[in-house]
Write a protein that binds this ligand. Structure first.
Ligand SMILES: *Cc1c(COP(=O)(O)O)cnc(C)c1O
Length: 431
């Protein structure tokens, strides 16, 4: 067999199982060899604009020299260390710097290693808070159409759909209330009030201002303020899952910065390290932390991951925070927001669109199709293929196409994406 040299793609197909991919029907994956700024290059030298920030994680661009240098320095100093009974500068400094940026009521950082674990930690903190103060509660309220990750707890609070159907009997009971999109605010408030009459509610979890995987569904800060206010009156813990919205995505550092009523717990990941390394963080208010301080060992938070607070990942996050301290990053965010807004005005009302909507650096196009709006909409593959043929990575959520770029994306590249979106919409046959 020595003479048989397989390509990377062939070796991939023999050995690898990819996420969110039906491997039987799967296209041969594109082999990426190099990243630079908002772009990738494949093994043929073809350039692709990363229009979705590599699953929403990338912030400052790919292969960023400053991030690379800081991570490399850290690797040569302390690559990893157990985080129970030991500590290190990167974890402490990152906690300090996150707390400076987080809403004022946040006072402690608990580390994990991805978005799903940051949400699991949040929910376990909330449930055990009630257990520790001897008022155990067993229910969580969540929004319909939500996505909070792929572990069992996260699936439980997420929308019940095709993704978790094989596990539906294994998920815990959750009270789902309508998403307070324009026109549905009262319905949502009414259902929350009703749910809050129960005595058994530990927490309310939500993706603040925008539901990501659910199709970039947006709702107002005013109604979220009201929802949080109602929870506060009933002493129900509020959990903002900012895994997607954190680190400038919605135009402010955190989506919660746009709220008057601050959540009790925030979940962070994706952009936390600038998109360089996996890392999760869950922050909480002091009263939650206090409920775990006790002479009773049973009140300990028995949760931790082998790579909790990995110093290398923390160093990437610290380097990313350094870049956020420069004016350029928020100038870029404002630039993208403005360009999106101009394009939105231009394209809205297009015959192929149900709606176009924007929040911060995210613009989403809901395409008119005969099928229902959903992730499994058959238009999705057509959309991906079209944009790949144009050298653009846009991976739609069913019939919802969205642009969610690294903040360093150049105007020319952004204009080219808009141009191709328009071309795609024009190409959809009239009904
Ligand atoms: C992506 C995402 C998660 C899950 O994060 P992973 O790192 O993929 O586990 C959780 N919540 C929200 C809002 C997300 O967008």
């Amino acid at each position: 067999m020595g003479f048989l040299i397989m390509t990377l793609k062939e070796r991939d197909q023999q050995a690898v199982w990819h996420p969110f991919t039906q491997l039987k029907a799967a296209r041969i994956p594109i082999a990426i060899v190099r990243g630079d700024g908002a772009c990738f290059y494949d093994d043929q030298g073809t350039r692709y604009i990363d229009g979705i920030a590599s699953w929403w994680v990338n912030v400052h661009g790919h292969a960023h020299p400053y991030l690379a240098k800081k991570v490399s320095d850290q690797l040569q100093t302390l690559e990893h260390a157990i985080f129970s009974g030991f500590t290190h500068e990167p974890a402490v400094q990152l906690a300090e710097r996150l707390l400076k940026r987080l809403p004022e009521n946040q006072s402690k950082i608990f580390y994990s290693d991805n978005g799903s674990t940051s949400v699991e930690v949040a929910m376990k903190m909330a449930f055990q808070y009630w257990s520790n103060i001897n008022r155990p509660k067993t229910k969580i309220i969540a929004l319909e159409n939500a996505y909070h990750g792929d572990t069992f707890g996260c699936m439980s609070v997420g929308a019940r759909n095709a993704f978790n159907l094989p596990f539906s009997k294994l998920l815990f009971d959750v009270i789902h209330i309508p998403v307070p999109v324009k026109g549905k605010e009262q319905e949502c408030l009414r259902d929350l009030k009703k749910a809050l009459m129960l005595d058994d509610i530990a927490a309310f979890i939500f993706e603040p201002l925008i539901q990501g995987a659910g199709g970039m569904v947006m709702y107002s800060s005013e109604v979220l303020n009201e929802l949080i206010g109602l929870c506060r009156e009933k002493e129900v813990i509020t959990i903002a899952d900012e895994v997607m919205t954190g680190f400038g995505r919605t135009g402010t550092f955190f989506a919660s910065d746009q709220l008057l009523n601050k959540p009790d717990i925030l979940c962070l990941s994706k952009g936390l390290t600038g998109g360089v390394m996996p890392l999760g963080a869950t922050s909480c208010a002091q009263f939650i932390y206090d409920a775990f301080l006790s002479d009773d060992k049973m009140k300990t938070f028995f949760h931790g991951h082998s790579y909790t607070a990995n110093p290398t990942a923390c160093s990437a996050a610290l380097a990313s925070m350094d870049l956020f301290d420069l004016p350029e990053v928020f100038e870029n965010i404002a630039r993208i927001e403005m360009k999106h807004a101009v394009f939105l005005q231009k394209i809205k009302g297009h015959r192929s669109l149900v709606e176009v909507r924007q929040l911060g650096t995210i613009i989403a196009f809901e395409i008119n199709t005969k099928e229902q709006t959903s992730y499994l909409n058959s238009l999705a593959e057509q959309i991906s293929d079209f944009f790949i043929s144009k050298g653009i990575i846009l991976r739609p959520l069913g019939n919802i196409v969205y642009i969610l770029p690294p903040y360093c994306i150049m105007n020319d590249d952004l204009d080219y994406i808009y141009e191709c979106v328009e071309l795609f919409l024009d190409g959809i046959p009239k009904k």
